[in-house]
Design a binder for this molecule. Structure first.
Ligand code: FE2
Ligand code: FE2
Length: 255
């Protein structure tokens, strides 16, 4: 068992697919995670599983690995439902989570936006251009920049998960460009394709950050480091116009 505790979760799931099903039942989505390099022992740690639930879950995982019978039906296990999904963040991290909320609000509007584009591309031109601008200015220059230039530096020695996040940011930039390119080409299907893929990408990305990366990074930071993070975020935000946030907030709310 010790060997597997120190093995990357993707390799454990490949060898024992039932382990993925068990984690999934406890709300831990390692099967669909694009990283997969977290060690089995760290997965439990990162996800803040309460001790009693951890013991229950580990018993099942151990039984699968040791090829013992697991009689209980995993899906009907009540303990699985007890994993709290509400996470409380420190002040600077909560700031990023709040920015995610605004980005998610725009992502929620993508299907409506796509319907509008398909019905009347010319009439939706301004809205599409502004949405692409929101992605570039708010999601990327304001939000992703704080992560890339400041937060990710605190993940010393853990580059795999950070590389996946950076790759997602890069793809997001590509989709923003594609949306504007689609406008130039007056190609409604190209725009809606890019918007839908951006929505898919960012929704997953934000979920990974909110539920895994942020709590995990925070856990390794001292109070002094969190204070420092807050100051650095203040500095970064002060380089934007004072109404930057409220301007984009009203844009999303008024769509
Ligand atoms: Fe990010
Ligand atoms: Fe983010």
């Amino acid at each position: 068992m010790d060997k597997y505790l120190n093995t990357a979760i993707k390799a454990v799931i490949t060898e024992f697919p039932k382990v993925g099903a068990i984690l999934n039942e406890y709300g831990i989505g390692c099967v669909t995670c694009g990283v997969g390099t977290c060690l089995l022992k760290d997965v439990i740690d990162i996800h803040n599983v309460p001790k009693a639930v951890e013991l229950e879950m580990m018993k099942k995982i151990e039984a699968v690995i040791n090829n013992l019978d697991v009689e209980e039906d995993i899906s009907s296990n009540e303990a699985a439902m007890q994993v709290p999904r509400e996470i409380s963040y420190s002040e600077p991290i909560q700031r990023l989570v709040d920015e995610h909320k605004l980005i998610l609000e725009l992502l929620d509007l993508v299907p409506v936006l796509c319907d509008k584009i398909n019905a009347d591309l010319e009439g939706s031109r301004e809205l599409v251009a502004l949405s692409a601008d929101f992605i570039r200015q708010f999601a990327d220059k304001f939000h992703h920049a704080k992560e890339e230039d400041i937060l990710f530096a605190y993940a010393k020695g853990n580059s795999d998960i950070i590389n996946v996040m950076l790759e997602d940011h890069k793809k997001g930039r590509y989709y923003a460009k594609s949306i504007l390119l689609g406008l130039d080409m007056e190609d409604a299907s190209f725009i809606t394709y890019s918007l839908k893929h951006y929505r898919e990408l960012l929704s997953e990305h934000i979920k990974k950050e909110n539920e895994i990366l942020y709590p995990w990074l925070e856990k390794g930071m001292s109070v002094e480091q969190l204070d420092e993070l807050q100051r650095e975020f203040d500095r970064a935000d002060s380089s934007f116009e004072s109404d930057f946030y409220s301007k984009w907030e009203s844009f999303v709310k008024n769509i």
